[in-house]
Write a protein that binds this ligand. Structure first.
Ligand code: NAI
Length: 459
C-alpha cells in the first residue's frame, strides 16, 4: 500500500469510469495522493458496456455492409453471415487491450486502486469492506445504469444494451424500445447484422435531442435501410412466451420479435451509497453541483453521469480533469456544456455541437441557417452517402450550432467544435481552405455559403 497507515489521501474517488479515472490520473500527475475505488472493472460503462464495445459492434456492422455492397463499387463480394462468436472475440480483444493499457496507466501513476464496493461514510470517508479511506477531497463518480419502464422487467428476451452486448446469435426480429442514442445505434447494428428491426419511440421523432432536420434525414435513411420506425408510439406492455416476445403499444398494435431491446435512457447510480446520509443533496437520483462541480457539502465534488446534463464519456473526462486541476489550485476554466461535441455512430452517422436551430431561435430570435447537401461533396459521393452539414448562426453574428449527418460525419466534429467554441463567424471560417477532396470540405462550403460566397452550393 502506497498510502499512509491511516489510509489518508488528498483525493478519494468513488467510481473508476471515465469521470473517476480521468480525475485520478490528472490528480496524480499534479502531485496529489489519490485513492480510486471501483467495484467492478476499471474503465466503467464506457470501456466495458458502452462506447467502446458498441462502436466495435458498429464497425463489424459496417464491414458486413461493405461485404454486401461491393458490387456497387464494381467489386465482387458476397456476404455470407455474421458469426457472433467472432464479433464477440473481436470486441473483447479491443476492450481487453484498452483495459490493460488503462490499468498500466493507473499503476504507473501510483494511484491507490481499491477494488470493492465503496460507500460514503460521512463527508470525508469512503468505506470499502474493512478499509476506511479518508480524503481532503471526495469525488463522487458512480456513473449511470440502463433504465427500464415500470412493469417492464429485464430478463430472457427482454434486454438492455448490457445484455445485448453479450448476444451469441443474431436475432431474426428485434424491437428497439426508444429511438434515442442507444436505440438508433443498436437498430443500425442489428439491421446490418441481418435482423428485421422496428424502433418504437414515444416522441414524434428519432434522436429528439438533435436538430429536427437531422431526425428527418435519419428517419429517411432508416426507411431506405428497411428499418421500421414508429414514432409517436407509446409502449404499453411486453410478454414473453416460448421463443417470442410480444410488444403491445398504447394504440393496441402488437409487434412480435425475438428480442426486445430496452433503450429508454440511463439513470444515475446514487442510491444506497451513503450520499444522502452524508448530507449530499440528491434530486431525482442526480447530484446537483455548481459550475465548479462542488456538491452542497464542502469538500465533496461530483463528476460524470450523476451530474445533470449530457451523459457522455468525454464530458466525464473533462469534468474529472477539471476537478483535479481545481483541487490542485490551478483555477481551470469551467467545462462549458454547450461546446461539448455529440456523435451518434449509427449509419448514417450524426455529429453535432451547440444549439439546434429551434434552440437558437428561442435564445436569440434572429438566426440564419444554411444546409449544405452532401450531394455536392465529391468524397461523400465516392462513399455513396447522403446527408448534410447544417450551420446555425446568429443574425450577422457567430456560429452557434453545427449539425451533420452522413457517413463518417463524426470525424468532422472536431472542427465544428472549434468553430462553435471559439464563436467564429462564417466569414472567419470561409477564409480557411479545406482540403479537396475531403468530406471536411462540406463544412467549409457551408460556411462559405453562409458568408455569402457559395462555391458548389446554392445560396
Ligand atoms: P435517450 O434519452 O437518448 O433516449 C431514450 C429514448 O426513449 C427517448 O427518445 C425517449 O423518448 C424514449 N422513450 C422513453 N420512454 C418511452 C416509452 N414508454 N415508449 C417509447 N419510447 C420511450 O437514452 P438512451 O438512448 O438510452 O441513451 C442513454 C444515454 O447514453 C444518453 O444520454 C446518451 O447520450 C448516452 N449514449 C451516448 C452515446 C454516444 O455518444 N454515441 C452512445 C450511447 C449512449
Amino acid at each position: 500500500m502506497s498510502a499512509t497507515a491511516a489510509d489518508d489521501y488528498d483525493v478519494v474517488i468513488l467510481g473508476g469510469g471515465s469521470g473517476g479515472y480521468a480525475c485520478a490520473l490528472r490528480s496524480a500527475e499534479l502531485g496529489l495522493t489519490v485513492a480510486l475505488v471501483e467495484k467492478a472493472e476499471l474503465g466503467g460503462t464506457c470501456l466495458h458496456r458502452g462506447c467502446i464495445p458498441t462502436k466495435a459492434f458498429l464497425h463489424a456492422a459496417e464491414v458486413a455492409d461493405t461485404a454486401r455492397e461491393g458490387e456497387r463499387f464494381g467489386v465482387k463480394t458476397t456476404f455470407e453471415s455474421v458469426d457472433m462468436a467472432g464479433v464477440m472475440s473481436y470486441k473483447n480483444s479491443v476492450v481487453s487491450r484498452l483495459h490493460k493499457g488503462l490499468q498500466g496507466l493507473v499503476k504507473a501513476a501510483k494511484i491507490e486502486y481499491v477494488t470493492g464496493s465503496g460507500r460514503l461514510d460521512g463527508p470525508r470517508t469512503v468505506a470499502v469492506d474493512d478499509r476506511r479511506l479518508t480524503g481532503r477531497h471526495i469525488v463522487l463518480a458512480t456513473g449511470s445504469q440502463a433504465k427500464t419502464l415500470p412493469g417492464l422487467e429485464i430478463g430472457g428476451r427482454i434486454m438492455t444494451s448490457d445484455e445485448a452486448l453479450g448476444l451469441d446469435h443474431v436475432p431474426a426480429r428485434v424491437v428497439v424500445l426508444g429511438g434515442g442514442v442507444i436505440g438508433v445505434e443498436f437498430a443500425s447494428v442489428f439491421r446490418s447484422f441481418g435482423s428485421d428491426v422496428t424502433v418504437v419511440e414515444a416522441l414524434p421523432r428519432l434522436v429528439a435531442g438533435e436538430d429536427e432536420a437531422v431526425s428527418k434525414q435519419l428517419e429517411r435513411a432508416f426507411r431506405k435501410r428497411k428499418i421500421t420506425v414508429r414514432t409517436g408510439a407509446r409502449f404499453a406492455s411486453a410478454t414473453q412466451a416460448g421463443d417470442v416476445v410480444t410488444v403491445t403499444l398504447e394504440s393496441g398494435d402488437t409487434i412480435e420479435a425475438d428480442l426486445l431491446l430496452v433503450a429508454v435512457g440511463r439513470g444515475p447510480v446514487t442510491a444506497g451509497l451513503g450520499y444522502e446520509e452524508a448530507g449530499i443533496a440528491v434530486e431525482r437520483g442526480f447530484v446537483p453541483t455548481d459550475e465548479r462541480l462542488n456538491t452542497n457539502v464542502e469538500g465533496v465534488r461530483a463528476v460524470g453521469d450523476i451530474v445533470p446534463g449530457l451523459q457522455l464519456a468525454h464530458r466525464g473526462f473533462a469534468q474529472g480533469i477539471f476537478v483535479a486541476e481545481d483541487i490542485a489550485g490551478l483555477s481551470p476554466t469551467v467545462v462549458d456544456e454547450l461546446s461539448i461535441p455529440r456523435v451518434t455512430y449509427c449509419d448514417p452517422e450524426i455529429a453535432s455541437v451547440g444549439l439546434t436551430e429551434a434552440q437558437a431561435r428561442e435564445r436569440y430570435g434572429d438566426v440564419a441557417t444554411y444546409e449544405y447537401n452532401l450531394g455536392g461533396n465529391g468524397r461523400s459521393q465516392i462513399l455513396g452517402t447522403q446527408g448534410f452539414v447544417k450551420v446555425v448562426r446568429r443574425a450577422d453574428g457567430p456560429v452557434v450550432g453545427i449539425h451533420m449527418i452522413g457517413a463518417r460525419m463524426g470525424e468532422q466534429v472536431g472542427e465544428a467544435q472549434l468553430i462553435v467554441g471559439w464563436e467564429a463567424f462564417p466569414e472567419d471560417v470561409a477564409a480557411f481552405i479545406h482540403a479537396h477532396p475531403t468530406q471536411n470540405e462540406a463544412l467549409g462550403e457551408a460556411h462559405l455559403a453562409l458568408a455569402g460566397k457559395p462555391l458548389h452550393a446554392h445560396s
